[in-house]
Ligand binder design. Structure first.
Ligand code: NHW
Ligand code: EN5
Length: 389
């Protein structure tokens, strides 16, 4: 059972469609106004204090980075731990309309040490045809020494309060764990770019009856992207890319609605953080785009290698170029930049191409959740058009 989540306006596992009124999509809680929202921060256990974290401050972003580097998400065997860079955090946490006090920390009163964290950024999300103003929640983290003390529910209630104070009543979030109640479940897939290293660190294994030499040959890619007209995204492209991406995302049941400002923020290349390329045809029209973000993982307790460099598929639109060819170019670009592996979910139309591109199934899944929003029907992974960082 879920002592905390049972008290929250989220779909519960025993919710059935036969219950009166549960057949329609919409808010779960009775409507509220900002005036109804509690003015005082929630109480933390004795000797802890709330602390809004300014990630533009070099010392603060370093503290956040250290907390996450040592305590954030691991795989089920604790071999790898996400290692978001400081530049990545600054990018992810400051999109258009970001609220400084939605970057929320908990510190030890006496020492000032940062021991817990949660963040929100504003987003407009379309869910089964309805446009909803939301917050995307991410980077929930409690220091390993303070686990299982019910700190996470306090963080969640406090960020909810701060978000509600801005008149936002819904949230979207993803997690590896099962909570009440996923709107969809996606599967991670992995494409080896540097198979020798992946095998050496235990990320992958040599397949039965395969030698290392045959494995290297299997995963070998061309040195350069193959699609004519492929080039990095520039600021001038943003109106066209917004149009291209919006039209594509409109075909999904759960997808963001991006303004031009958001496209500029989330897709303009940032070295070591986000890479976006577009395909320009002979008439100067943009026909396709691909993007991936860089999220390394610390290799826990490996003497030879400290980090695994992973690229994660972000937003990709294949209109004139076949998706498989466009994604091959994404793999080539990621390999050229030194990534060891390319990760993707089976969302979008990816299930059609992952096998052919030599992706293998991962041991991790990702659940998609909505807060205070009921969906009458669970979605299939192929109906998801939303990527959270
Ligand atoms: S998912 C990544 C979450 N972070 C990690 O996995 C890092 C490593 N783990 C930790 O730091 C991406 C801790 O284990 C955490 C839990 C902090 C996860 N989401 O403090 P207690 C996100 O960031 C529930 C939500 O004793 P702890 C998305 C758990 O089921 N709830 O545990 C975040 C239990 O509740 P229950 C989670 O291990 C979305 C309660 O926490 C959870 O010391 C947040 C136990 O708390 C998770 N990933 O700390 C929700 N993991 O009902 C946003 C565990 O079972 C909602 N729990 O008793 C929307 C808010 C905004 C609304 C605005 C309108
Ligand atoms: C909020 N934005 O489990 C999201 N990763 O498969 C937070 N497995 O990397 C929630 N266990 O399968 C994130 N190698 C939830 C995910 C948490 C991290 C996680 C999984 C996803 C992962 C790897 C390593 C497994 C190590 C042992 C994995 C196999 C790859 C292989 C490549 C070659 C072809 C066959 C498959």
């Amino acid at each position: 059972t879920y002592a905390f989540w049972e008290t929250q306006p989220v779909a519960q596992f025993n919710d059935s469609v036969s219950t009166s009124g549960s057949a329609e999509d919409g808010p779960i809680d009775a409507p509220k106004t900002v005036a109804d929202v509690r003015q005082e921060p929630y109480n933390l256990p004795e000797s802890f204090v709330w602390s809004t974290c300014d990630v533009n401050d070099t010392k603060t972003v370093e503290e956040v980075y250290q907390l996450l580097t040592m305590n954030y998400v691991e795989d089920d065997e604790a071999m790898f731990r996400f290692n978001y860079s400081q530049e990545f955090l600054q990018w992810a946490l400051q999109p258009p309309g970001y609220q400084a006090n939605w970057v929320l920390g908990v510190r030890v009163s006496s020492s000032g040490k940062l021991v817990a964290f949660i963040t929100g950024v504003p987003a407009t999300v379309r869910v089964r045809g309805k446009e909803v103003s939301m917050v995307e929640i991410n980077f929930l983290c409690v220091h390993k020494k303070l686990r299982a003390k019910r700190l996470a529910p306090v963080l969640i209630k406090e960020i909810t309060r701060r978000v509600n104070l801005r008149g936002i009543w819904q949230a979207a979030y993803t997690a590896g764990v099962v909570l009440p109640k996923p709107v969809a479940t996606a599967q991670y897939w992995h494409r080896s770019l540097n198979p020798k290293k992946l095998i050496s660190v235990g990320f992958s294994r040599l397949a039965p009856r395969m030698t290392l030499a045959r494995t290297l040959k299997l995963y070998k890619l061309p040195d350069q992207p193959q699609t004519p007209g492929l080039r990095p995204l520039t600021a001038q492209d943003v109106p066209q890319v917004t149009q291209l991406l919006s039209q594509y995302l409109s075909t999904y049941e759960l997808a963001p609605i991006f303004t031009e400002e958001e496209v500029l923020h989330y897709l303009m290349p940032v070295e070591g953080v986000i890479d976006t390329h577009v395909v320009e045809d002979a008439d100067g029209k943009l026909t396709d785009m691909l993007s991936f973000y860089t999220l390394p993982s610390t290799i826990i307790g490996n003497p030879t290698y400290k980090t695994l460099k992973a690229a994660f598929m972000y937003y990709t639109v294949a209109k004139a170029t076949p998706l498989q060819q466009l994604m091959t170019d994404a793999l080539i670009l990621a390999a050229k930049k030194g990534h060891d592996v390319f990760n993707a979910l089976d969302i979008f139309e990816n299930d059609k191409i992952l096998k052919d591109l030599k992706f293998g199934i991962g041991d991790g899944r990702l659940r998609y959740y909505l807060y205070n929003w009921r969906v009458a029907q669970e979605l299939k992974a192929s109906q998801i058009g939303l990527v959270l960082l």
